[in-house]
Ligand binder design. Sequence first.
Ligand SMILES: *[C@@H]1O[C@H](CO)[C@@H](O)[C@H](O)[C@H]1NC(C)=O
Ligand SMILES: *[C@@H]1O[C@H](CO)[C@@H](O)[C@H](O)[C@H]1NC(C)=O
Length: 406
Amino acid sequence: MRLLLAAALLLSAASYFVYLPLPSGVCEPWKLMLLDALFRSVIQASDVAHSLGLCHHVHLLNRVVSWVEDTEARSCPAVHVSDSTLGGVPARVFRAKGGAELKRGIIYFHGGGWALCSGRMRSYDLLCRKMSEDLDAVVMSVDYRLAPEAVFPDQYHDALAAARDFLSAEVLKRHGIDPERVCVSGDSAGGNLAAAVAQELGSDDSLTTRFKAQALIYPVLQALDFHTSSYQQNQAVPILYRPIMARFWLQYLGADSSLVPLLLANNHSSLDQPAIGADTRSKLNWTSLLPGERRKHYRPLVRDTGSPGLLGELPALMDVRAAPLLAEQRVLGRAPKAYVMTCEFDVLRDDGLMYVKRLQDAGVPVTSDHYEDGFHGCMVFAYRPMVSSVGRRSMNNYIRWLDQNL
Ligand SMILES: *[C@@H]1O[C@H](CO)[C@@H](O)[C@H](O)[C@H]1NC(C)=O
Ligand SMILES: *[C@@H]1O[C@H](CO)[C@@H](O)[C@H](O)[C@H]1NC(C)=O
């Protein structure tokens, strides 16, 4: 019923927004157009409600998403599902029935710009269920706190507390998880949290159990450059438009969204920012980190003068816990082997590809899985009514990588 209503809403939304020019090569463009129409109409409605003072736009968005998508923790013949907590943070636990006594373990952080979505959503529930069944694994999907109530470093702290608990002898034993086969994973903003947690715990010598792998799905990894070649190429590609990503960042860092134009102008990373040294710039220099076929004809935007006070007000822009791409090479070198999924039609493509290069330079084995027809979010749209073929393909390859590497 809800799905039918959602489909009807989607169709009527689509009729309002006529044609959207999409780059050639994107997978199933008409489906992406429908999805985009739904997204834009809900975002615009929530912005209107926000400016009328009815509610915060994020709250309305989350209300709609949870109305359409939230599911109960329901077991099925293959997987036992329950709601629990991990380090004091709510988490949905999926445990494959039967199979081996000791199972693989995966801790998963959902996407949604650190502000939206939940592990209880149908799409994440289905993803984790499938991972649990296909990999004979225990998957724990963490509901870290969200913006605007929680801002950095809350989300990070929740993710870290959950991960530390996940790796504790007690939790591993209680859930029958093999300590030699544990992985941290997440998509988009959840990929950001997974990468940050993998760095922190990779360098923690007090741990007896360590992650064997990290699997990052179109992760967001830096906020100093909104003119990477992928930000330039895909600024008008749904569903993650460039200004929306800038707004998510400001919201996560607890800053005012009126700063969006400043970020989009790269005024916060101008050369007159004393806090950004040559060493930091080299960590996100896409003209040297990316291969020519991704740089294409795009040129970097590095301003001589910008808004030098901003980094003082928002030091988190330089904080590796928020921007894992800025980590020191020695920290990266201690992180577990990695899988990084990226999509050609995604503003965050270069965040992921630069991270691949930096991890490789640090000596970490990395599988870079790039989808020439992929768009941001596609893996979550692998189920009806949104089924996307690149979503299906990428999900299967992601699970296959875990099967072979965990
Ligand atoms: C990025 O690297 C290129 C090539 O090594 C170099 O010419 C350029 O000056 C660097 N840009 C910045 C902003 O450091
Ligand atoms: C960026 O910085 C320049 C130079 O300080 C300033 O003139 C311009 O207004 C700034 N743009 C934004 C959007 O803040």
